[in-house]
Design a binder for this molecule. Structure first.
Ligand SMILES: [Zn+2]
Ligand SMILES: [Zn+2]
Length: 239
């Protein structure tokens, strides 16, 4: 409660959160031009690719059809976005959701992808993580996206639940991540009817290899969702 109160009374930042210039938007135009250049990305996992080839090499080897139709990322998970996302997520600054949602909306195709969906669904946190953090950053992004796009569909914060005690994704090697997440999500029983036959847009902050989105999409498809796509702020760069 106190946390929420402090958050609500925190003044809006008047300086650019990247370069410190003021007065400005939370991320100034010069920093956007410099750090958020649009680049070719894989249509399935949003990894950067050299040219508009449609898919990265890794996605071309995946079995088709995959549960996740398409994924859009606004920026690379690199400076300054990694810092901003860390502040947004780990340092109790949910107010940065607006600036980050604006980046998401500028990604080519993102606005249409949102408008063509029936529901915006945040990737859920594990319950204990939600309790300690006090907010789900993905849900903060859904709210910020909807506030900026009048034609956006409604959000459903409780459509997906996270099951079990799978280890954190970032602690695992790449080849174990998908196995770790198989069966990690389920559609909440009270939301199954609302989801059936609908087009869902999954929203998250960062996609690492796409396995979290893939696993969440699998749960949605198994519950009868017609189409699942993904929208994230940032995609990690392949090593
Ligand atoms: Zn700036
Ligand atoms: Zn890919």
């Amino acid at each position: 409660m106190l946390k929420a109160l402090l958050r609500a009374t925190r003044p809006c930042p008047a300086v650019c959160q990247v370069c410190g210039q003021w007065p400005t938007q939370p991320v100034c135009g010069a920093c956007v031009d410099r750090f958020a250049r649009v680049r070719w990305r894989c249509g399935t996992c949003a990894a950067p690719v050299g040219q508009d080839t449609g898919h990265c090499g890794e996605c071309l080897t995946r079995p088709v059809p995959t549960p996740l139709g398409r994924c859009i990322a606004a920026v690379d998970y690199a400076y300054p976005w990694d810092d901003l996302i860390a502040r947004f997520k780990f340092r109790d600054e949910p107010g940065l959701a607006g600036a980050l949602a604006e980046r998401m909306l500028t990604a080519p195709g993102a606005k249409d992808m949102i408008a063509d969906s029936d529901w915006l669904v945040p990737v859920p946190l594990k319950p204990q993580r939600l309790t300690s953090r006090g907010y789900n950053q993905a849900w903060e992004l859904v709210k910020a996206l909807r506030a900026r796009l009048p034609r956006a569909p409604a959000g459903l914060s409780d459509a997906l639940v996270r099951l079990g005690n799978a280890p954190d994704q970032h602690s695992l090697p790449r080849d174990q991540r998908l196995r770790n997440l198989r069966g990690a999500f389920a559609v909440a029983p009270q939301r199954v009817a609302a989801m059936r036959g609908k087009r869902v847009l999954l929203v998250d902050d960062v996609s690492t290899t796409g396995t979290t989105l893939y696993s969440a999409a699998l749960a949605l498809k198994q519950a009868g969702v017609l189409q699942v796509q993904g929208l994230v702020i940032a995609r990690t760069l392949p090593h």
